[in-house]
Design a protein around this ligand. Structure first.
Ligand SMILES: [Cu+2]
Length: 259
C-alpha cells in the first residue's frame, strides 16, 4: 500500500476510534476518553505500539535531529526535511526530554520550549564525561513517540553497571519504598516516618521513567490514579533503572531504583 493511502486509512481509523470514544465518553465520563485510544497509536507506526521505545533516532517518518548540545540543547523533530511544529500535550507538556548517561547516571528530565523557527531549546548542563542518551518523548498526530540520540561529553569516562537491585531509596530527606505488585509498581513515600502526600506533577501523583539495562530501552509506563503507582511491562529476568519523580512542597525530587 502506498504511504498516502495508508495514512488515509489511519486517519479513517482514528476518526472511527475517536467517534467510539466520544460515544463512550457520554456514558463513562470525559475522563475516560483519552484512555480509549492506546497511547502508542493505532498500529500504523509499529514500534510506537510496542511498550519498548527509545532505541531509534527515527520512527514513523519522524527524526530527532540534535543541532547543538552545549550550553543549550537545540533540536528539531523533522519530517521530510521540515521541522514538525504540531505537538499534542501529554502529561501537561508538549515535549518531555530525558537525558541520562549510558550507565544510567546523571538523570535529567527537562521541558524544552518550541521556538518560532521550529527548534526546541533547553538549557542543559552535563559535567561528567561520557556518552549520554537523549530521549525526546512527545505526541504528534495522535501517536506517541520516543526518539533517542546520543550526546558525548569529551573526556575519559568510567561507566559503572547499574547498582544492585534495591527497594528503598532516600532522597532529600524522603524515604521511598518500591512495592511491586504484579505488573504494578507502587511507591510509598515517607518523611520522618510520616506518609507524604505528593502533589500533582505532570498530571499525576508522580512520574516514572524505566530504562532497560544494556540498551537503555525506554519503557512506557502508565500512572494509576489515586496513589503513586504505575502499570508497566517489565520483563522478569531483565534489570531496569527506575527514576521516580514526585513533587512535595513545590519541589520535584527524584528517587532511583534498580529492579
Ligand atoms: Cu516531562
Amino acid at each position: 500500500m502506498s504511504a498516502p493511502l495508508k495514512l488515509a486509512g489511519f486517519a479513517a481509523l482514528l476518526v472511527l476510534v475517536f467517534g467510539v470514544a466520544v460515544a463512550a465518553g457520554d456514558v463513562i465520563g470525559p475522563d475516560r476518553q483519552g484512555s480509549s485510544v492506546p497511547e502508542g497509536g493505532m498500529g500504523e507506526h509499529g514500534a510506537a505500539v510496542d511498550p519498548i521505545r527509545g532505541l531509534s533516532i527515527s520512527e514513523g517518518g519522524l527524526s530527532l535531529e540534535l543541532q547543538q548540545t552545549s550550553p543549550e540543547l537545540v533540536f528539531t523533530i523533522a519530517e521530510d526535511g521540515e521541522s514538525v511544529r504540531e505537538f499534542e500535550v501529554e502529561h501537561e507538556r508538549r515535549m518531555h526530554l530525558i537525558v541520562v548517561r549510558r550507565d544510567g547516571s546523571g538523570f535529567q528530565h527537562l521541558h524544552p520550549e518550541l521556538g518560532e523557527d521550529g527548534a526546541w531549546r533547553t538549557p542543559l548542563t552535563v559535567t561528567e564525561p561520557g556518552v549520554y542518551r537523549v530521549f525526546a518523548d512527545f505526541k504528534h498526530d495522535g501517536t506517541a513517540y520516543t526518539l533517542a540520540s546520543d550526546l558525548t561529553v569529551d573526556g575519559a569516562a568510567t561507566y559503572a553497571p547499574f547498582p544492585a537491585p534495591t527497594t528503598v531509596d532516600t532522597v532529600d530527606g524522603y524515604r521511598v519504598e518500591l512495592r511491586a505488585d504484579g505488573e504494578e509498581l507502587a511507591f510509598d513515600i515517607t518523611r520522618d516516618g510520616q506518609p507524604v502526600e505528593t502533589e500533582q506533577y505532570l498530571g499525576a501523583g508522580g512520574h516514572l521513567v524505566a530504562l532497560r539495562e544494556g540498551d537503555l530501552a525506554f519503557l512506557h509506563v502508565h500512572p494509576n490514579e489515586g496513589e503513586v503507582a504505575f502499570e508497566t511491562d517489565l520483563e522478569p529476568d531483565t534489570r531496569y533503572r527506575l527514576y521516580l519523580q514526585f513533587q512535595h512542597e513545590g519541589v520535584v525530587h527524584t528517587a532511583e531504583f534498580t529492579r
